[in-house]
Ligand binder design. Structure first.
Ligand code: G3H
Length: 251
């Protein structure tokens, strides 16, 4: 059985005062067995959030890391530093970083290797933009991202995948059930070709305008193991119903 995971990606949002939201999310989710919760605040808050979540089952993650273990990389953070701050996971290859910094699949893969070396689980993001979808190339594009981004040796112990169509991120326009199921099927097949049986248990999340109103239908899809949530993860009152929908979803 695959892990079910609700991931909060706070992106570049959150100040010290918002650490209380992380605790409220963990408290709100405490009786929801069947779904793990991972909160990824800005790096400045990882240690504070980790402290606030002590004694709860919720986990803390980072939103990016450098591939190297250390050295002359002004402004960057290594996976070991994030681990030391309390992170257990790191999101890599998010479309916002691929777009803003031109992160390639090879760079994402190198970062994943660096993250694993420090003991972090990677949440690897893939997804096509609207032009690629309109050209009918979405599956080929995403499959190539999967194959290029995932290092050898990936399995459920070190890897989660998230399919996030760029046109659905922050737009209020979530992908429909057929689109998600088709793409998750294609991603699973690509992982199985690449990794063999170990790929079967890698959780596959969906991200892109997930909110309480569409969570139940999303988690009813057999190939969806959870969600990577942006806007609706900032407040416990918005995120907890999504966690509850995941915990209650049929297996
Ligand atoms: O990482 C999260 C995704 O980019 C989704 O963001 P969103 O839920 O605001 O659409």
């Amino acid at each position: 059985m695959r892990q079910r995971l609700a991931v909060a990606n706070w992106k570049m949002n959150g100040h010290l005062a918002d650490v209380a939201q992380a605790r409220a999310i963990a408290d709100g989710a405490k009786d929801m067995t069947g779904a793990d919760v991972l909160i990824c605040p800005p790096a400045t808050l990882i240690a504070e959030v980790a402290r606030a979540l002590e004694g709860t089952a919720a986990l803390v993650g980072a939103q990016d890391c450098h591939a190297a273990a250390g050295g002359a990389h002004t402004g960057d953070l290594s996976a070991a530093m994030l681990r030391e701050a309390g992170a257990t996971h790191v999101i890599l290859g998010h479309s916002e970083r691929r777009a803003a910094y031109g992160e390639s699949d090879a760079q994402v893969r190198a970062k994943a290797e660096g993250a694993w070396a420090a003991g972090l689980v990677t949440v690897l993001c893939v997804g096509e933009d609207e032009a690629v979808r309109d050209a009918g190339e979405a599956e080929a594009f995403v499959t190539a991202q999967v194959e290029g981004s995932v290092p050898d040796g990936a399995g459920p112990h070190n890897t989660v995948f998230a399919y996030e169509p760029v046109w659905a991120v922050g737009t209020g326009r979530s992908a429909d059930a057929e689109t998600i199921e088709r793409m998750h099927g294609a991603i699973r097949r690509a992982l199985l070709r690449r990794l063999g049986d170990a790929a079967e248990a890698i959780p596959l999340l969906y991200g892109g305008s997930v909110k309480a109103a569409n969570a139940e239908a999303l988690f009813a899809l057999p190939q969806v193991d959870g969600a990577l949530v942006g806007g609706a993860s900032l407040k416990a009152e918005d995120f907890c119903p999504i966690i509850a929908a995941l915990a209650a979803a049929p297996r």
